[in-house]
Design a protein around this ligand. Sequence first.
Ligand SMILES: Cc1cc2nc3c(=O)[nH]c(=O)nc-3n(C[C@H](O)[C@H](O)[C@H](O)COP(=O)(O)O)c2cc1C
Length: 291
Amino acid sequence: MYTTRDIPVLGLRLDNPVIVGSGLLTDQARNIRKLIETGAGAVVTKTIHPAPPHGLDERIHRLPVGMLNSTTYSKRGVQEWLGNLREFADDNLPVIASVYADSPTELAELAAAVAGAGSAALELGISCLNDNGGLDDTAERVADYTAAARRATTRPISVKLSIGEGLRARAAAAIEAGADALSISDTIPGAAVTASGALELGGVFGYSGPGIKPLVLAALWDLRRSGITIPVLGIGGVTTADDVRDYLAVGACAVQVYTALHTDMYRTLSDVVAGTRKMTEQSDDATEVVA
Ligand SMILES: Cc1cc2nc3c(=O)[nH]c(=O)nc-3n(C[C@H](O)[C@H](O)[C@H](O)COP(=O)(O)O)c2cc1C
């Protein structure tokens, strides 16, 4: 199941299936390079947006299990990102550009620019629920954004979706509109209450970490059962190599790890990758014996 050392994901050939997911930690070129040096199969950039909202109170709040965050998109300009992406491409680094915009037309423009800068693969970060006070997502919206990006570039595209209502229809819409893969899941709506009875961070925002893993596993299992065969990147609560194994077992082709890296980033990544490599070797040995 996890025996491949040269894993094809979005046209990239990964030497292991552990990808660092999009977030604050991937908002800096230096971090991205060091995460790859540390062993990440690939890294997804913080979501690049041509006009990110400013003046919001964007924060993280740690919970006993997992994390709430009210962040939206990278505040770095598109030109700065295009320069970074060009350098990553020149150095042949496995970096996936996460992109989003306020309309399908603007997303198409951004996708073309990112592909023009040499990005080998794109992830559409279209499912951020912290933008505009929540995300009431529909298959139509997913189709519109995916189709626009698809028309703009021939580079492989993964469409990032959140688990929850209508996932089967949203996944089908992304596939129909030309997605090469799906990245599931973005954060899901969560809340915590302060001592004074108010909501932490001032509202309902994205919840991530180990608490969402069983929910994402169930959703991926259900998608496979419904007959969806497109590659899926499993995301949610990956903290150890056992979590990687679980995602691969329900049909993910690779995983993304994010919240776990907010604690001892490089050490944690290194441990997950080392554990995953060990499983791979054991699995290869077993295959040789059987063969
Ligand atoms: C602080 C923070 C920032 C994030 N920013 C982004 C983002 O810019 N784009 C995106 O697609 N996902 C973003 N995410 C979602 C993660 O990439 C991931 O899908 C989610 O956290 C679930 O995985 P995890 O449980 O391993 O963290 C963010 C998550 C957190 C906690």
